[in-house]
Design a binder for this molecule. Structure first.
Ligand code: PMP
Length: 389
């Protein structure tokens, strides 16, 4: 009879428990997850087409329409993190040989440009220095010149801490025959955003920032104009997994019978449902206002301590992710590890801002004034200790 024999022994480490400290996540994401959201993931699994699960998916769609502020039918969540949203959006909305115009104010514009090149798009970049927003006029000039099929802007640039103004951008895109795509991974729920009022064609986000959920889903919404473009493509989308029409069918966006597309990450969808329920009960506008008010309090708190914000103009600052200049002579890594020792995560810079800034994220429940103030106080204390060394 068959004897099954492996020459590889089971790894010793798997016989022990995982080490998961209870850390307060005040970095650029993931953010601290409320207990109710975590508990939802321990609920029994359902099948990915069971009626009760499909009902939960529908509730997520309604919740996402509420948070994005849109009536778009094609509003759902891509299985995957924020990057999956970016890939799904660009893959579906632009065809090989078409032009994508990228507003680059940090690493996320750079990544969208890189993705565009990988997909065989012509890439035009309008770039500004770190800490600055991309001027609307510069985008208008470039769009008029290159007639892009797609304009990409990152609303909350988490590598620098700016919030990109979006007014007027959809008109520029549409007047030049293209569509407007907005990354709200680091800003959704933490800065004013209204998809329908701004006439945005596609927006994506992620669950692990202001939504306080686990990473793993990328909320996304496509306007009717965007869906028309996808339906009229010359070539099929070069990805089955990220095909917006297939995904939209599975999520019940097209009114047709749902077909199996992939097995949704069931527990992640439960978590999204609970994250959206928290926001629905609080009110999206109250949530945004809380971030805005908290940001003002933090600027004062940090300013009084002699620290300077990285983004000069107050109106250009993202209200949910704060970038602070590393003071002369302070070892940012030592500050970070000292706070880590106290059970708190704050981050250094990302990409070009590494070593220049600290990043403190006050996403969702972390923007409750008492919590945020306490963490900022601890941060100030550690920076002061470090500057004395
Ligand atoms: N866009 C922005 C603005 C982000 O901050 C991030 C994550 N830091 C992403 C995209 C990518 O998201 P993820 O890491 O979930 O793939």
């Amino acid at each position: 009879s068959l004897r099954v024999m492996s020459s590889i022994p089971p790894p010793e480490c798997l016989f022990k428990e995982m080490n998961i400290p209870n850390r307060q996540l005040f970095g650029p994401g993931p953010s601290t997850m409320p207990q109710v959201i975590g508990a939802s993931q321990a609920q029994p699994l359902l099948g990915h087409l069971h009626p009760e699960f499909v009902e939960i998916m529908s509730q997520c769609r309604l919740g996402l329409q509420y948070v994005f502020k849109t009536r778009n039918a094609y509003t759902f969540a891509v299985s995957g993190t924020g990057h999956a949203g970016m890939e799904a959006a660009i893959l579906n909305l632009a065809e090989r040989g078409e032009t994508i115009l990228v507003a680059k104010a940090g690493i996320w514009g750079q990544r969208a440009a890189d993705l565009g090149r990988r997909l065989g798009l012509k890439v035009e970049v309008v770039e500004v220095a770190d800490g600055e927003i991309v001027p609307v006029r510069a985008l208008e000039e470039a769009a008029t010149r290159v007639k892009p099929a797609l304009i990409f802007v990152c609303h909350g640039e988490s590598s620098t801490g700016i919030v990109q103004p979006l007014e007027g951008l959809s008109k520029i895109a549409h007047d030049n025959g293209g569509l407007l795509l907005v990354d709200t991974v680091a800003s959704l729920g933490g800065a004013p955003f209204d998809m329908d009022q701004l006439n945005v064609d596609c927006v994506y986000s992620a669950t692990q920032k202001v939504l306080n959920g686990p990473p793993g889903l990328a909320p996304i919404s496509f306007s009717d104009r965007a869906i028309q473009k996808i339906k009229n493509r010359k070539e099929r989308v070069a990805s089955f997994y990220f095909d917006a029409l297939e995904l939209g069918n599975y999520w019940g966006c097209d009114g047709e019978m749902r077909r199996y597309h992939h097995t949704a990450p069931i527990s992640s969808v439960y978590a999204l449902r609970e994250a959206l329920a928290i926001i629905a009960k609080k009110g999206i506008d109250n949530l945004i206002q809380q971030h805005v008010d908290n940001a003002t309090a933090m600027y004062n708190q940090l300013g009084e301590a002699g620290l300077s914000m990285f983004v000069n103009k107050k109106e250009d600052r993202l209200p949910c992710l704060h970038t602070i200049k590393v003071p002369e002579g302070v070892d940012w890594k030592a500050v970070q590890s000292s706070l880590f020792g106290q059970g708190i995560e704050v981050a250094g810079g990302l990409g070009a801002t590494t070593g220049k800034i600290f990043r403190i994220g006050t996403f969702g429940q972390n923007s409750e004034p008492v919590k945020a103030k306490e963490v900022v106080n601890k941060f100030i204390q550690v920076v002061k200790e470090q500057s004395k060394l």
